[in-house]
Design a protein around this ligand. Structure first.
Ligand code: AMP
Length: 281
C-alpha cells in the first residue's frame, strides 16, 4: 500500500493506473477510522481495481466554535486499517498542500445545503464540496464512496457531481452500527458512558419511525412521535427530527418516491446525526 501526502504524486500514480485500464475508486475520510469507514473501503475494493482512501481533517468545513483542534487524529492505526482492507493508496495531505494561502475559489451547492445541517452549520457544506471537488480533481476517480450516515452530505455531493458534469459514480453505503444500534462515528469517542447510553434514543426513535411507517402513519405523526421520544431524554438536546422527501429534503408530497427520517441532537457537547429510510405500506 502506498502512502502519499503530495497531490502531484497521487495524480501521477493514479494516472499510471488509469492508463493500464484500472477502474479507480476513492473513499474520502477525515481519519479516526472505524468499521463504517472500512465498509466503504471494502465496497470500493469489491467494485474497483485501484482503491484510494483520503485522510484529511478539512479545516474549511469546521466553524470556529467546532471541534477542529480536538478532532481525533489516529494516523498509524488508520493506515493499518487501510492496509487490512487492501486499500492501494492512502492520500494524507497537509493543509498547506491542499489550500494555497491566497485561494479564492469555492464550490457551493446553493439550495440543498440551506436545509437541516446547513441551518445549524452554515459554513459546513461549502467546505465539504470544495474539498471533495479538490480530492476528485487530484484522484480523478470513476467511483466515489460515501456513507448514508451523512445523508445530506451524500445528496449534496451527488448534486455537485451532476451539476458540474463530473461523470463520477457516487455510491452510498449503508450505516454501520455498534451492536447496541449507535451509528458508528469518529465523534462517539467524545461521549461519556452516560452520554453513550442516552444517545441510544436516536436508534430507538428511528426504529419507532420504521414501525409507524409500516403501520401507515403519516410523516407528520411520525415526526411528532420521534420528537417526543427524543425530548423525553433529559440530557439529549434536539436539533431536528424530520420525516422528509429523501431526494430533496423537503416536506413529503404526493410525488415523493422515497422518504427518510433524519435526526440531529447534541448529547453533552457532542453533536450526533443518524437517519433511516422509511418504507410505507
Ligand atoms: P468522516 O471521516 O466522518 O468524514 O466520514 C467519511 C465517510 O465515512 C463519509 O462518507 C461518512 O458518511 C462515512 N461514514 C461515517 N460513519 C459511517 C458509518 N457509521 N457507516 C457508514 N459510513 C460511515
Amino acid at each position: 500500500m502506498l502512502v502519499e501526502c503530495l497531490p502531484s504524486e497521487v495524480r501521477s500514480v493514479v494516472n499510471a493506473e488509469r492508463k493500464k485500464g484500472a477502474v479507480i475508486g476513492v473513499v474520502p475520510t477525515m481519519g479516526a477510522l472505524h468499521a463504517g469507514h472500512v465498509s466503504l473501503i471494502e465496497a470500493a475494493r469489491r467494485e474497483c481495481d485501484f482503491v484510494v482512501t483520503t485522510i484529511f481533517v478539512n479545516p474549511t468545513q469546521f466553524a470556529p466554535n467546532e471541534d477542529l483542534q480536538k478532532y481525533p487524529r489516529t494516523l498509524d492505526r488508520d493506515l493499518e486499517m487501510c492496509r487490512d482492507a487492501r486499500c492501494d493508496l492512502v492520500f494524507t495531505p497537509e493543509v498547506s498542500s491542499m489550500y494555497l494561502s491566497d485561494a479564492e475559489t469555492v464550490v457551493t451547492v446553493t439550495e440543498l445545503t440551506q436545509r437541516l445541517e446547513g441551518r445549524t452549520r452554515p459554513e459546513h457544506f461549502q467546505g465539504v464540496t470544495t474539498v471533495v471537488a479538490k480530492l476528485f480533481n487530484v484522484t480523478v476517480p470513476d467511483k466515489a464512496y460515501f456513507g448514508q450516515k451523512d445523508f445530506q452530505q451524500q445528496l449534496v455531493i451527488r448534486r455537485m457531481v451532476q451539476d458540474l458534469d463530473w461523470g463520477i459514480e457516487i455510491v452510498t453505503c449503508p450505516i454501520v452500527r455498534e451492536s447496541d444500534g449507535l451509528a458508528m462515528s469518529s465523534r462517539n469517542r467524545y461521549l461519556s458512558d452516560d452520554d453513550r447510553q442516552n444517545a441510544l434514543v436516536l436508534f430507538r426513535a428511528l426504529n419507532h419511525a420504521t414501525e409507524l411507517a409500516s403501520a401507515s402513519a403519516d410523516a407528520e405523526t411520525i415526526e411528532s412521535e420521534i420528537t417526543r421520544m427524543i425530548q423525553s431524554v433529559d440530557s439529549v438536546e434536539l436539533d431536528y427530527a424530520v420525516v422528509v422527501d429523501a431526494e430533496k429534503l423537503t416536506p413529503v408530497t404526493e410525488s415523493t418516491s422515497s422518504i427518510v427520517a433524519l435526526l440531529a441532537v447534541k448529547v453533552g457537547n457532542t453533536r450526533l446525526i443518524d437517519n433511516q429510510i422509511l418504507c410505507f405500506q
